[in-house]
Design a protein around this ligand. Structure first.
Ligand SMILES: Nc1ncnc2c1ncn2[C@@H]1O[C@H](COP(=O)(O)OP(=O)(O)OP(=O)(O)O)[C@@H](O)[C@H]1O
Ligand SMILES: [Mg+2]
Length: 365
């Protein structure tokens, strides 16, 4: 390419470039060092020119860098990105190292081969990306902690309801039975009233059990995942009368407690959603856990949902988002699809024994 006659001299353009440009000769001696290079390397061109390129490279990278540059010159390729994606390191005159991206090109003239290095100081970008990673880690730890606290609270309330209120209701039923034996046999009205109280106590007991089990079925801890999911399904069938086929295979040991809880909550949310939104007449729940992987599919034949309608609901709907987050924290994945023959299909796959999620570090106070 030949510049137009009235174009500024190329050296002026190079001098005014906002990114550092450095040219070295075949011996890797600096022959050109623009103003941006002076700013980034904190080194005046007068000092740099004539010096070895080594003054700009941390000592531990000098040999390998020199070999790379020599190899590049031998290939005859005119231009190449340096570092292959990982940041290179530069050395400022004050001894500070900094990450950079660079590309190299070669030109041949009567005076020999020259290599030009075009580089960019990415200190700020690396700092921002490190800060972003750290804050994402912190958020993940926080989500984990919140889920953990919520589960612990639910478990605590469920135990209290079951053990404390449940015991009181049992005692009340026994007291009523005792009272009944002492009632005058001919006082039908009084007998009727005690019977009504006993019936009401029985109903309250049933509700209490249901609420406690919804919070967290004690059987998830005591009998394991398969029994707890079977309980969820049979409870769903008796509440909503929807024909439900469950295939549950948990062999080769239980998944970790966190995975079992996540799967239980996923089935619970999926079934609640079917009752709320699907207008389905058939549901299939498939849960299979091997020693390494758990897969859950909950599918119905109802009205389904389009991606657009899901996107509209998303800001207010927490159920599916909560499930996604829960499964993601355990290194798993949730996918939602609307099968061709209609309905709604939720699939979750997660490792059976993922690494223990990290919790936030809190300073002792
Ligand atoms: N089985 C289903 N059939 C049809 N649509 C469904 C089904 N499951 C979920 N959806 C759709 O996906 C949306 C999001 O579900 P999600 O569980 O996140 O929220 P929600 O059930 O509306 O509210 P929340 O769970 O927060 O009480 C629902 O509003 C509904 O439109
Ligand atoms: Mg929901």
């Amino acid at each position: 390419m030949k510049p137009m006659a009235n174009a500024p001299p190329l050296l002026d353009i190079i001098q005014s470039a906002t990114e550092p440009i450095i040219t070295v000769d075949a011996q890797q001696r600096i022959v050109m060092f623009n103003s941006a290079a002076e700013r980034v390397f904190l080194c005046k061109a007068d000092r740099a020119i004539g010096a070895s390129l080594d003054i700009l490279i941390p000592a531990r990278f000098r040999d390998i860098h020199a070999r790379h540059v020599d190899r590049f010159r031998e290939t005859g390729v005119s231009e190449r990105k340096m570092g292959l994606g990982s940041p290179l390191w530069g050395l400022r005159a004050n001894g500070e190292e900094f990450p950079m991206e660079a590309s190299i090109s070669q030109t041949h003239s009567a005076a020999g081969v020259f290599l030009s290095i075009f580089l960019r100081d990415i200190t700020e970008r690396e700092r921002v990306s490190q800060a972003l990673l750290a804050s994402r880690d912190e958020l993940t730890r926080l989500s984990n902690a919140l889920l953990h606290v919520r589960e612990q609270e639910k478990k605590h309330i469920a135990r209290e309801l079951h053990d404390d209120l449940g015991q009181s209701l049992t005692a009340l039923t026994m007291e009523l039975a005792e009272l009944e034996t002492r009632l005058p046999p001919d006082d039908a009205e009084l007998r009727g009233r005690v019977e009504a109280i006993r019936h009401l106590t029985g109903l309250t007991f049933t509700s209490l059990r249901r609420i406690a089990a919804d919070l967290r079925p004690i059987m998830l801890d005591d009998l394991g995942l398969a029994a707890a999911v079977e309980w969820l399904v049979s409870n769903f069938v008796s509440r909503y009368g929807i024909d439900t086929d469950a295939q549950i295979e948990v062999d080769q040991g239980e998944p970790s407690k966190l995975v079992a809880t996540a799967l239980f909550r996923t089935v619970q949310e999926a079934l609640t959603n079917i009752a709320k939104h699907a207008q389905a007449t058939k549901v299939r729940v498939q849960l299979s856990c091997s020693a390494t992987l758990c897969t859950l599919v909950v599918q119905d034949n109802g009205v389904g949902a389009t991606p657009a309608s899901l996107a509209r609901k998303l800001p207010h709907a927490l159920g599916l988002q909560g499930i996604r987050e829960r499964v993601r924290l355990l290194h798993g994945d949730v996918s939602i699809s609307t099968p061709r023959n209609g309905g709604f299909r939720l699939k979750a796959a997660l490792p059976a024994q993922p690494p223990q999620p990290a919790l936030p570090h809190w300073e002792d106070t």
